[in-house]
Design a protein around this ligand. Structure first.
Ligand SMILES: Nc1ncnc2c1ncn2[C@@H]1O[C@H](COP(=O)(O)OP(=O)(O)OP(=O)(O)O)[C@@H](O)[C@H]1O
Length: 317
């Protein structure tokens, strides 16, 4: 495995929390084409995890396996303690899903659709977990108050996406899978969505796994960012641990020098010591900080090279 992983104390702390999603050595092929080649992934109770990766990396495929909509070629998958492929209706009532594509309910209003879906959650209501949430509450939370009684086919793409999200949270899920939930949303709707997810996690300790191409969203929302590329997880850690390297460049006795500091290192102290050292003739100090975006792009680029060789092996197999 290439790329960065969580430091071991953080990983140990995370493992000690109850795992709501547990994936070990997940393999998935379409025909003879392997897409997932040994994915390991955990989501702890109440944790928000963002799954990142380039187009075609296998994010949707992974989420579909976790939802029980697609059978893996190999590996172990547990969601809320059960195998999604064989889990029962009670399990399904505890899982919220927002797929990438719309369902076709254009001649219904948002309220009609949500009222219809809400009925399916009623048998799973309990004093500990009231299911479903009141339809009007969900409508208000996703910012559809003014559009709740309009036909879905008259709503904009972003408004329809809000309906999808509303459907996903209606059952007050224990775990919520969201496939590119904010694609096509305007900045205000995106912020509303982030607030909705934070509230869902705070009030119901819902665990969330979302796929996104928006690195700012991952940084803003996720406790942990997981990067999928070349069929494997190439990085896994809090957003701050995956970005934030600092490149310090300077000239010393007329020659160029540089140092790359990792996120935990104190760059201010490094620079202070550098310029204070009387034995070194340091000048022209430049500091560049890289965020998650730079780290992500560098990791994807590094992974792209061996992945080409892997593909050839896979095709010959
Ligand atoms: N039903 C299918 N049959 C054959 N190949 C498929 C099928 N679904 C997906 N694939 C292929 O599997 C790979 C992974 O697709 P997937 O949709 O899981 O990727 P993704 O990471 O979600 O991509 P994106 O970011 O573009 O949504 C792609 O190469 C895709 O063409």
């Amino acid at each position: 495995m290439t790329g960065r992983t969580l430091s071991s104390p953080a990983r140990t702390a995370e493992r000690s929390r109850e795992s709501v999603v547990e994936v070990r050595d997940l393999h998935l092929s379409y025909g003879s084409t392997p897409v997932l080649r040994g994915v390991d992934l955990t989501v702890a109770a109440g944790e928000v995890v963002a799954l990142l990766g380039p187009n075609g990396a296998g994010k949707t495929s992974t989420v579909e396996v976790l939802e029980g909509f697609r059978s893996p070629s190999g590996g172990q998958v547990r969601v809320l303690g059960q195998d999604p492929a064989t889990a029962d209706h009670h399990w399904r009532s505890r899982v919220g899903i927002v797929l990438q594509s719309w369902r076709d309910h254009g001649r219904w209003t948002a309220r009609e659709l949500l009222t219809h879906v809400a009925r399916h959650y009623r048998p799973y209501d309990s004093p500990e977990r009231r299911r479903p949430l009141p339809v009007q509450t969900v409508i208000d939370r996703v910012g559809l108050t003014d559009k709740a009684d309009c036909l879905l086919q008259t709503l904009s793409g972003g408004q329809r996406r809000r309906v999808d999200v509303a459907t996903g949270v209606l059952g007050d899920p224990d775990v919520l899978f969201l496939d590119e939930p904010t694609a096509g949303l305007d900045p205000e709707a995106r912020r509303d969505f982030h607030d909705l997810i934070r509230r869902q996690v705070a009030e119901s300790a819902t665990s969330v796994l979302l796929t996104t191409h928006d690195l700012h969203e991952a940084e803003a929302l996720a406790d942990r960012v997981v990067i999928l590329a070349g069929g494997r997880i190439i990085a896994d850690g809090p957003p701050g641990s995956l970005g934030g390297t600092t490149l310090v460049r300077w000239t010393e006795r007329g020659r160029r020098a540089q140092a790359e500091l990792s996120p935990g290192e104190d760059s201010t102290a490094f620079i202070r010591d550098l310029v204070a050292d009387p034995t070194r003739d340091v000048a022209d100090v430049h500091v560049t900080r890289s965020g998650l975006q730079e780290t992500y792009l560098a990791m994807i680029k590094r992974t792209a090279r061996p992945a080409t060789a892997d593909t050839e092996i896979g095709e010959n197999a």
